[in-house]
Design a protein around this ligand. Sequence first.
Ligand SMILES: Nc1nc2c(ncn2[C@@H]2O[C@H](COP(=O)(O)OP(=O)(O)OP(=O)(O)O)[C@@H](O)[C@H]2O)c(=O)[nH]1
Ligand SMILES: [Mg+2]
Length: 208
Amino acid sequence: MSQKKFSGAKVALLGAPGVGKTAFAVRYITKRYIGDYDSNKEMLYTYKPREELTLEIMDTASLVSSEETEKHYRWGDGFVLMYSITDRQSFLDASAMKDSLLRVKGQDVPIIVVANKADLASVRLVSEEEGSSLAEQLDCPKYEISVADGYQAVSECMQELLIQLKKDFVKSNTSAAMASMDKSKSSKLFNFKKGFKKRISRSHSDTV
Ligand SMILES: Nc1nc2c(ncn2[C@@H]2O[C@H](COP(=O)(O)OP(=O)(O)OP(=O)(O)O)[C@@H](O)[C@H]2O)c(=O)[nH]1
Ligand SMILES: [Mg+2]
């Protein structure tokens, strides 16, 4: 059985307005933090974290219809679900997105929860425990980070997501390969049975 190589994936950044999705994408791709970004604008980036791997990263616009949001869910192979620890509504929005995402993609979807703006802990409005409970419901890791503070944490988040994406790719490829093996086995068996039947009916007609 020949195994396909994991060579790319589509990642969508999900979250309420102002949580830091664009800052996260720009930090990951350029290692830089600019601080002021065009708000609520959908952007699609292509990025190669290493030679043999191409990622499409969609920085989603947050103020879109539920049909648009569902399109993002269907488009993505993996997801970064973000909220800001300083914005309670963004946490509630992330929880609601979790429910609709699970409905569309199922429980095994590759995902990480990112609680951003940890540098503003003095004005925190979402506790660490609440974030962990959201991640538990998704059965995924949670990272509390500050995109503003540095590149390292953003890179670790994406490395974890890439591990999940690769596992998911291997799993779906293995089951596809098994299914096609089963199919070819059963068609071989079918042909064998057909040939066998022919031989029997021929030898039967020889005897009469
Ligand atoms: N203090 C702090 N500010 C941050 C951090 N990350 C992003 N911001 C700021 O938060 C604001 C919103 O960030 P964006 O990246 O534009 O947020 P967004 O999720 O893309 O917002 P929309 O495009 O409107 O949906 C900007 O002023 C950023 O500079 C962070 O870790 N700490
Ligand atoms: Mg943005």
